[in-house]
Ligand binder design. Sequence first.
Ligand code: SF4
Length: 215
Amino acid sequence: MNDRKKEQKTYNVLPGPKMGLVTPEYLEQVAELARRHQVPFLKLTGAQRIAIAGHQPETAAEIWREMGQPAGPRKPVGIHYIQACPGEKWCKFGRQDTLALGGKIEKTLMELDLPAKTKVGISGCQFNCCESYLRDLGIFGTTKGWSLIFGGNGGGAPRIGDVVGEGLDDDQVVALARRCIDFFREKARKMERTGRLMRRTPLAELQDYLKTGST
Ligand code: SF4
């Protein structure tokens, strides 16, 4: 294995920050760890996290320990993080409180076992800075409440997700997101993302499930 390949094998994502929110203390801790362990590469990821690379696996384990987190992701698939924009509290265009909703979604869905990797993006308005139409579960705010999108993907098999609810309050959007996730758990094959599931599933089947709780 050449040096470049070895470095690619040592790519890790630091624990936290949640929804991209950082404090000066967190950044100082990361900077101190990176300097002390001579981490050659730090990068802000598209998922609003901080990646470290180019170090040895034992260094990664040490860094995770020093950050007060178990080494590596808790589970191979499922929801690993919630992506959220600043929302109405911090952005002049924001129509809903993304960070508060992100906390509720995290509490309800984060620990569930799911068939495949599942990305969640919450945007505070229709500009959709968190690309909610391209997330497995996408949410964006309007003056009338939240809209919920299911089955989006921005990767190798891109798909614009389907709008499954509009004008929802916090509790309603969390409940409907949970129903979408239940559908995903019941219908998807192992390692099948929501986008692929919805390519082979009539939208009416999902809509009926969301109305009745089953098909
Ligand atoms: S989606 Fe809207 S509220 Fe969120 S950062 Fe973009 S413009 Fe602001």
